[in-house]
Design a protein around this ligand. Structure first.
Ligand SMILES: Cc1cc2nc3c(=O)[nH]c(=O)nc-3n(C[C@H](O)[C@H](O)[C@H](O)COP(=O)(O)O)c2cc1C
Length: 338
């Protein structure tokens, strides 16, 4: 395994079960850094003080063209928080969470105070899926996802103010694919957007510990050497849109995560639920491919909201069965601790 994938090699017995709380907090962060984030920017830092882990937004890794409100950054912080809490529960640590402890304009998105006193579990035990969860951009098998599994997925999200719609009919999937194609056309046709995304695309053989190696899009090693250049220089919108919409139309299900509110706290909480959903899907061998594009363009987002009868669509998810895909790189804990 190459060095930039080493973060995934973590084993349960590496956790310092008999160590002091500080070492245990570092142990939890090894699971936090495996969280998903839009083009794998990993826009997070952590600080440890006494018994508290702070999750801090790293705005130097924000995407001003792709994600001007930092919406997906905050969602990814919710994923980070979920991983920390799942790992804490798994290793028998108690915790208290303060969301946005310095207010909405502060850089800390959450502070988790830990104790060696085991608290009652709030989450299903999805800890073991943290190291196998991954985004999968392959075409999915045409076989349907079983109805009871779709219900399980919906129940991960459907709480006050949060909703998961799952479309399995051709008309519904085609409408979402059409929104995705139009979003691609608008975004990838925009040079600033393309350049920003291209700066996170890497060759397959890379020592970079962030960003998207070409293999995640199915590029060969040779193609991947030119991936970033081609992506940033030419308008690839129609070819990328063609592939992704075809995959979406032929996938057995398309999910849409929505919220009733649109603020930082809601985004973080949506991220917590989303990570639980993603891990639950992983447990059932259901793969996810994610698309924030149509929800980043207000008129398309509005159209999507009207089709579904929801307030704020946050994330479009292609769902289905496929062979697992290769992990993407991660920065180790030492690199993200301040
Ligand atoms: C909030 C959020 C939005 C995302 N949006 C997209 C997207 O629009 N297109 C895409 O290809 N992947 C998207 N992703 C997936 C990331 O690219 C992926 O999580 C990251 O590359 C890390 O890979 P992994 O999920 O396999 O660990 C998104 C992920 C998150 C958490």
């Amino acid at each position: 395994m190459s060095d930039n994938l080493a973060a995934w090699e973590i084993r349960e017995k590496d956790f310092p079960a008999a160590g002091d709380l500080k070492d245990q907090m570092k142990g939890l962060l090894r699971y936090a850094v495996l969280s998903p984030s839009g083009p794998n920017t990993q826009p997070w830092k952590f600080s440890l003080k006494d018994d508290e882990i702070s999750i801090i937004a790293d705005f130097s890794r924000a995407l001003p063209a792709v994600d001007p409100t930092d919406r997906t950054l905050y969602i990814s912080h919710g994923c980070v928080l979920a991983n920390i809490l799942l790992a804490a529960e798994h290793f028998g640590l108690g915790y208290d969470v303060a969301y946005l402890p310095d207010g909405p304009s502060g850089e800390r998105t959450a502070a988790v105070r830990l104790s060696k006193k085991t608290a009652e579990a709030h989450f299903p035990d999805l800890f073991r899926q943290i190291t196998s969860r991954h985004t999968n951009r392959k075409p999915f098998e045409s076989r349907a996802i079983e109805e009871e599994k779709l219900e399980v997925l919906k129940s991960c999200i459907n709480k006050d103010g949060f909703r998961l719609d799952i479309l399995t009919d051709s008309e519904g999937k085609n409408r979402m694919a059409d929104l995705l194609a139009r979003a691609h056309k608008i975004q990838l046709g925009n040079k600033a957007f393309r350049k920003e995304l291209a700066s996170w695309v890497r060759p397959n053989i890379t020592s970079a510990r962030d960003g998207l190696p070409g293999y995640s899009f199915g590029y060969t090693d040779f193609e991947s050497f030119f991936g970033s250049f081609i992506f940033g220089t030419f308008d690839m919108s129609s070819s990328r849109a063609r592939i992704e919409t075809a995959y979406m139309k032929t996938s057995p299900a398309v999910g849409i995560l929505s919220t009733d509110k649109e603020d930082k706290l809601t985004w973080i909480k949506a991220g917590v639920l989303f990570e639980l959903l993603f891990l639950k899907a992983t447990e059932m061998d259901i793969r996810f491919d994610l698309f924030s594009q149509p929800t980043a363009i207000s008129e398309l987002r509005q159209e999507m909201a009207e089709i579904l009868g929801v307030k704020y669509p946050q994330l479009l998810i292609r769902m289905g069965y496929a062979e697992p895909a290769k992990h993407t790189p991660r920065r180790p804990v030492e690199e993200v601790l301040v």
